[in-house]
Structures are given as C-alpha cells and as structure tokens.
Design a protein around this ligand. Sequence first.
Ligand SMILES: C[S@@+](CC[C@H](N)C(=O)[O-])C[C@H]1O[C@@H](n2cnc3c(N)ncnc32)[C@H](O)[C@@H]1O
Length: 347
Amino acid sequence: MKLKQLEGLLGNLQQFDNPKIELEQYPTGAHIASRMLYTAENSFGDISNKIVADFGCGCGTLGLAAALLDAEHVIGVDVDDESLEIASINADELEVELGLIQCEIKSLAWRGQIIDTVVMNPPFGTRKKGADMEFLSVALKVASQAVYSLHKTTTREHIKRAALRDYNASSAEVLSTEGLLFDEETTQATVVKSGVLPTLLQPRVVVYDGVCHLCHRGVKLVINADKDRRIKFCCLQSKAAEPYMRVCGVDREDVLRRFLFIEGPFEYHQGSSAALKVLSYLPLPYSALSTLMIIPTPIRDLAYDYIAKKRYDWFGKDTNCLVLKEKDLLERFIDRDETVQKEWSDE
Ligand SMILES: C[S@@+](CC[C@H](N)C(=O)[O-])C[C@H]1O[C@@H](n2cnc3c(N)ncnc32)[C@H](O)[C@@H]1O
C-alpha cells in the first residue's frame, strides 16, 4: 500500500465524540500516524507479519494502520470503553481485524515479550504526571522488537534516558530531524527501540534520474548554490536509492516520472513540490521561489509533468550516471562509491 493511500484511509476514521480531557484523548492525525507506521515497516520491517499492540489505542488509528500494513495480529488496549467502541467501528469500516482489550495500561497482565512491536500515542502526562512513563515501561517489557511512541518534544531527552537507564531498552532513538514538526507544535515522533537500530537513512536527499541531461543541470545548479551543503543526491539508477524509495512507497517508474526529495524520515515530496522544497533550503534568491508553493499542486505538476515527459527529446540522455563526467560533484552523492565502482567494472 502506498503512503498516500494509507494516509487517505486513516483520514476517514471516526474520532473521539466527547474527548475525555483527564485521559488526554486527543486524536492521532492521519499524517503522522501513516508516516510513523510506514517508517516502522519500510525502514525497520517491524509491522508486516508481526504481532503489534497499540497502547492507549483510542479510536485505533495506529493499530489500524498496522493492520493495513499487513501485521499478523493487532491488539488495541485502552481504559475507555467508548473509545474502544469507536475503534471497533473503524475496524469494521476498513474490514480489518483489530483485537480490543479494555484495561488500565499498568494493570495489563501480560508476562514476557509476547508482542513484537508496540505502537502508541500515550497520554503526555500533562493530566496525570508520569502517565507517559507508565506506558513506556509496560511497552518495553512486552515488546521483543520495538516500541514506537509519540512524545512531547520537551520530554524527548527524558524519555530516551529513562528507556535506556530504567527500562533496559538496548537503544533509544528519535526518529525525526530538525524542524520536522507534526500536527501539534509540541509533538515529535520519538521512536524508542528495544532492538538494534539499522543504519538510518539520511535527511535531505534528492533521488533523481541520473542519466537525464536536464536533471543533471538542475543538480549542478543546486550544488553551486547550496553553500551550506545541506542537500545530498542519489542517482535513481543506483542501489543506494532503493531504501529511500521503499520508505516513501514509490518505485523507479514513479521517480522517473517525478523526482523524489526525502526531507526527513516522515517527509517525502515529488515533482514540483520536491523542486520547491529543495529551493527552500538554498539562499536567496533561489529560496524565494519556494513561495510558488501557493499555486495548487495539480497545476504546478501539470507543467512539471509536461517538461518531464519531453526532457529526453529536448535535452538528451546518457547511458551512465552523468555525475561520472564531473567528478568534482561526486562528494555530494551518497551513492558515489557504488557509482565509481560500477564505472570501473564497466570499463
Ligand atoms: C492521545 S490518545 C491516543 C489516541 C489514539 N492513538 C487514536 O488514534 O485515537 C491517548 C489514549 O490513551 C488512553 N488512556 C489514557 N490513560 C490510560 C491508561 N492509564 N490506560 C490505558 N489507556 C489510557 C486514552 O483513553 C486515550 O484513548
């Protein structure tokens, strides 16, 4: 399932009718939920064919996202029966299985690591001090692989420390990059993993058609303007591009049509939006062009798609990644070793 499709399905879910403030019942938005689960699956392989629990599941957004991403079994736990009813209606609507348990999280009588992955958006502890810690400690006891948890930015370091020091997590990582804020200003995605983290993908990477002359000109322009060296590149044709495409739920054909900009673990853009996002990282006057974002995406993409379709006819294409012809640019490419090695083995 593609990321956009997942976000769309979650966006239609019923939310709390009468949110109970004392239980911190605020909804988990479709945008953040889809990206959190998509990353858990596509970067870490922690969802499909796994036993997943959604702690403080409320209306079930995170658990249902796991079910849609082919978790073997999903169990939602919440203290509030009215929320569980809504979660059950949502599961029926989506035609997926969601086991539901009404229980205070600290009274959950599970022994040992019977769950693979816990996903949760727990109370932040603003109403009941320490509520977030209660959730974290139980989650890390029952999960054999990973705990993905949303927390307030201000408590992030505390959460990481507690996971490592008090709850025996083998690692604790914040799965977000600077400036990556979500639905609520105070919230960032913190992933606390009890397993070993694989290498994280880099932020601000452009994946583009390396054999296209027009694209290559664009890349050179960005490299020359980007004095702070914030943007990195990867040719679509290289192996290094594959994990980036996987986390975004796109394939080579998609990126051949519209290039990809991975801003951070939860933010991916294609086509005209990707171009304007990249420009926003450059100094003036280039960054000023990013104000063109106010033009609706379908209109911008219409022009983008037309040029993209004609690009080989108008500007030409090569058989190899063009960066090999200008090796001084290579250091800005995350696939440089692979590209150079390929050239040697082709010679
Ligand atoms: C931020 S909301 C989570 C929203 C949910 N992810 C959704 O999609 O609707 C926090 C949830 O934790 C539940 N909760 C609060 N304290 C709890 C506790 N001690 N034990 C179990 N659930 C609790 C609340 O009822 C609420 O549904």
